[in-house]
Design a binder for this molecule. Structure first.
Ligand code: DAH
Length: 337
């Protein structure tokens, strides 16, 4: 009698489990069979009334049924989960590439600055710094640029009422470093400079330079030329055409401008000026010594240079118009990241 009941509960239970269509129905089935008032639980309680000699066989049968029910519940659970997973991605091609987030990148000026600084540091130059709001002494007087020099004109320079000004060149840092330290000096200073320049394809009114200063005993023009040629070839490649042209700067004598060929797609190659340089004018050393009252720089020789960073970027990547560098057009900038 008991055995028959067990067998029929087993059949019903397994059918109920197999027919469960979702997690909720499956849970209902579990409670219905194995819960406190479940069918199987009830049968288990009926063991009390089973005659002693039948107990082992009935007990064994109950255990077997319980195991079968548990196995069926587990299996149905897996099937339902699998079906739910398939349902949730139905119609989706999971082999398609995912959506990518656009990632930012460094501005070409930052890229070329980092590269230039890396090369110069490898050659033994240390980083120096100075303020963008300067006094006339560091910007002009110390650098042998007299009161009546055109660079000091109102029309060429941004002055504040205080008499200070936005530095027109990073050469200011030369004077600041020599005031502070004894020779030898080997420094570079990347930074911004400002001029009342009309903006065109090769000029901006706020732009960036790398200044360099090398002072020691018996430094010659050969050192200047070798250093800068090495630098430019490391940056642009061995084959890059470079030329030094005689020029005038108040703080160097002799002075040169350096041109490199810009090769932009769709344009004939053209020389553009990328730097000024020269042998430090002894008058600059005298100015520093006079200011500090220490006689540290007399008898020294040295060279200095100021490189335009925007111009380096133009040559490095064949950029035909300097204004592209400040327009923040993502179509342009994305090409560098
Ligand atoms: N300061 C100059 C300019 O802005 C560039 C320059 C020329 C820097 C000669 C130097 C130098 O250090 O020696 O045009």
């Amino acid at each position: 009698m008991m055995k028959e009941q067990i067998v029929s509960v087993r059949a019903e239970a397994l059918e109920e489990i197999v027919n469960a269509q979702d997690m909720k129905q499956l849970e209902n089935a579990r409670v219905h069979i194995l819960g406190k008032k479940g069918e199987l639980t009830r049968l288990q309680q009926g063991m009390r009334d089973v005659p002693r000699e039948e107990k082992p066989a009935v007990g064994a049968l109950l255990n077997e049924v319980r195991a079968a029910v548990n196995a069926a519940l587990d299996q149905r659970l897996v099937e339902l989960q699998q079906a739910a997973d398939e349902q949730s991605v139905a119609g989706v091609d999971i082999t398609l590439p995912g959506e990518t987030l656009p990632s930012g990148g460094l501005h070409p000026i930052s890229l070329v600055r980092e590269e230039a600084v890396r090369i110069l540091r490898r050659m033994g130059f240390a980083l120096a710094d100075g303020p963008e709001i300067e006094d006339e002494w560091h910007c002009f007087d110390a650098l042998n640029t007299p009161e009546d020099h055109p660079a000091r004109n109102e029309r060429d320079t941004f002055y504040f009422d205080s008499g200070k000004l936005l530095r027109t060149q990073t050469s200011t840092v030369q004077a600041r470093v020599m005031e502070q330290q004894a020779p030898p000096v080997r420094i570079i200073c990347p930074g911004s400079a400002f001029r009342r320049d009309a903006i065109d394809a090769t000029h901006l009114s706020a732009f960036n330079q790398i200044e360099g200063l090398y002072v020691d005993k018996e430094v010659g023009v050969g050192d200047l030329k070798g250093t800068l040629e090495y630098f430019l070839k490391a940056l642009f490649g061995e084959e890059t055409p470079v030329r030094f042209r005689p020029h005038f700067f108040p703080f160097t004598e002799p002075s040169f401008e350096i041109d490199v060929q810009l090769q932009a797609t769709g344009q004939a190659p053209r020389w553009i000026e990328i730097a000024g340089c020269g042998m430090v004018n002894p008058a600059v050393f005298e100015n520093i010594d006079e200011k500090t009252g220490k006689n540290l720089y007399s008898g020294c020789t040295g060279f200095a240079f100021g490189i335009g960073l925007e111009r380096l970027a133009m040559i490095r990547w064949g950029i035909r118009d300097i204004r592209l560098l400040i327009e923040n057009d993502v179509r342009f900038l994305a090409q560098f990241s």
